[in-house]
Design a binder for this molecule. Structure first.
Ligand code: DUC
Ligand code: ZN
Ligand code: ZN
Ligand code: ZN
Length: 473
């Protein structure tokens, strides 16, 4: 036969087009797109179904170590299994530098965590938490040139946050070597000040997590991050944008012609602050993430930004902490003050189906925009395009064939190791019917077939969302 695999009668979607075609795969690559292709050793009839590029989840946390007793439930095995079953074929989790640790040691450590375990292809962002002279002048430049071309920095959390001078220093390295810097934009001092006031008043239930992080905390830091990016003259990508005030800052920056990119996540479309509970209810801990979910009108602001091009990427921010577990949302096995609840919620497997069902099928965004947000732009932002992120000749044959069917999300049908989903019993009208990774069926709608270790590590090129500025002499 002519191909290892032919997908027949696909309604193929890219970031720009929709077209009916057959897709021919050989040696894991898309080698032909056309009509009436020759035969394949394996053939899948996709008649009547949309076929999109496999998801590229550019923001998820797997197996990041924490101080006792907190522990992430998903490692590279369960996390990438869960991703595959939800239509994601590439993940870019974080290799986090601890303060005092060399950046190189952090990257080496995460290779050990992922190797032999990952079931789908993966790259790493670095988290730079300690920009010493050695990190700035030796390690970071070397690692960028070796293919770790993106990193995240934090403006909050004591063990991670950088001050403005440190941010300027790392942005300068991003500019010089061509890396994408992701920014967690919240004002740390405002959060600490509010948290202490709430604690002094005995207001420590999970819902007060959101009271300690009103939108102005995010707005101020977003504004500052934009100013620092402008000063250094380098693009940044503001992650997990939650609502109107940060969106307004980003719209303003875009209007100024600045290359400010932005990410949002499912929790800002489908959760509100009310999901953090009422009164002293502890179950709201399940939805504790930072920034916190806002309200219905802010959900609409996020939908508008997804539809009109404000947002560049839609990521899960999967941060897997069990609820009823001494190592998770009840650290030490106890209901604790919100300050001690680990921040983050699971979402690797539900990211793509939520946006296809409630975005595309509900008519809020086009199929092309879905592809751009969930796959193409992440591949471009992090230097994996066009190997990942599109259906084109020569690209890896990573695809999703969508089934339109009625279902309700149940944690029991998901494949992560977390003991809950924030979207329990939510009604959806689609789910990936087939996920293909490098031409292999890794999820057939009911069974996964992607053994641990089949995922390949990807080195990243220079981000290609915008042309690189020339260096000043
Ligand atoms: N930021 C993230 O990106 N993920 C989880 C928690 C956080 O604050
Ligand atoms: Zn963050
Ligand atoms: Zn995150
Ligand atoms: Zn139903």
């Amino acid at each position: 036969s002519d191909f290892d695999l032919v997908i027949r009668n696909a309604r193929a979607v890219t970031a720009s087009d929709i077209f009916l075609c057959d897709i021919g795969v050989r040696d894991g690559l898309i080698v032909q797109v056309g009509q009436s292709l020759g035969t394949g050793k394996c053939e899948i009839d996709a008649a009547g179904r949309y076929v999109t590029p496999g998801g590229v989840d550019g923001h998820c946390h797997l197996d990041q170590p924490h101080a006792e007793p907190i522990r992430m439930a998903d490692d590279f095995d369960t996390g990438t299994l869960s991703a595959a079953c939800g239509g994601t074929t590439t993940v870019i989790p974080f290799a986090a530098q601890a303060k005092g640790q060399s950046l190189r040691a952090a990257v080496d450590d995460y290779h050990k965590r992922a190797g032999g375990k990952a079931r789908i292809d993966y790259a790493f962002h670095m988290i730079v938490s300690d920009p010493t002279p050695t990190v700035l002048h030796e390690e970071l430049p070397a690692l960028i040139q070796e293919g770790y071309t993106s990193f995240k920095i934090y403006m909050t959390y004591d063990d991670l946050k950088l001050d403005d001078g440190q941010i300027l220093d790392v942005l300068s390295v991003a500019r010089e070597y061509g890396a994408m810097c992701m920014v967690h934009a919240e004002n740390a001092d405002c959060i600490e000040w509010l948290t202490r006031k709430l604690e002094a008043a005995g207001r420590v239930a999970p819902r007060f997590h959101s009271h300690a992080r009103p939108m102005l905390v995010e707005r101020e830091a977003t504004h500052r991050a934009i100013a620092l990016s402008e000063l250094v003259d380098v693009p940044i990508l503001v992650v997990h944008v939650s609502g109107r005030e940060a969106v307004e800052q980003i719209r303003w920056a875009r209007g100024q012609g600045l290359n400010i990119y932005a990410e949002t996540c499912p929790q800002y479309l489908f959760l509100t602050a009310e999901d953090l509970g009422i009164d002293d209810q502890y179950e709201g801990a399940k939805c504790v993430c930072s920034p916190p979910p806002r309200d219905k009108s802010n959900q609409q602001v996020i939908w508008n930004g997804l539809a009109d091009g404000l947002f560049t990427v839609f990521s899960s921010d999967h941060a897997p902490y069990k609820y009823d577990d001494a190592a998770g949302k009840k650290p030490g096995g106890k209901e604790v003050a919100f300050r001690h609840i680990p921040n983050g919620i699971p979402g690797l497997e539900t990211r793509m189906p939520l946006l296809w069902s409630e975005g595309v099928m509900a008519g809020r965004i086009t199929p092309q925009r879905f592809v751009e947000l969930t796959s193409t732009n992440a591949a471009k932002a992090y230097g994996l395009y066009p190997r990942k992120g599109t259906l084109s000749i020569g690209a890896d044959a990573d695809m999703v064939i969508w089934d339109e069917r009625d279902l309700e999300i149940r944690n029991s049908m998901l494949h992560h190791a977390v003991d809950y989903t924030p979207y329990e019993s939510m009604h959806l009208s689609a789910w990936p019917g087939v996920t293909l990774s490098r031409g292999e069926v890794i999820w057939d709608g009911s069974q996964a077939s992607c053994p641990p270790g089949r995922g390949k590590f990807l080195t990243c090129d220079t981000p290609s969302l915008a042309p690189r500025k020339l260096m000043e002499i």
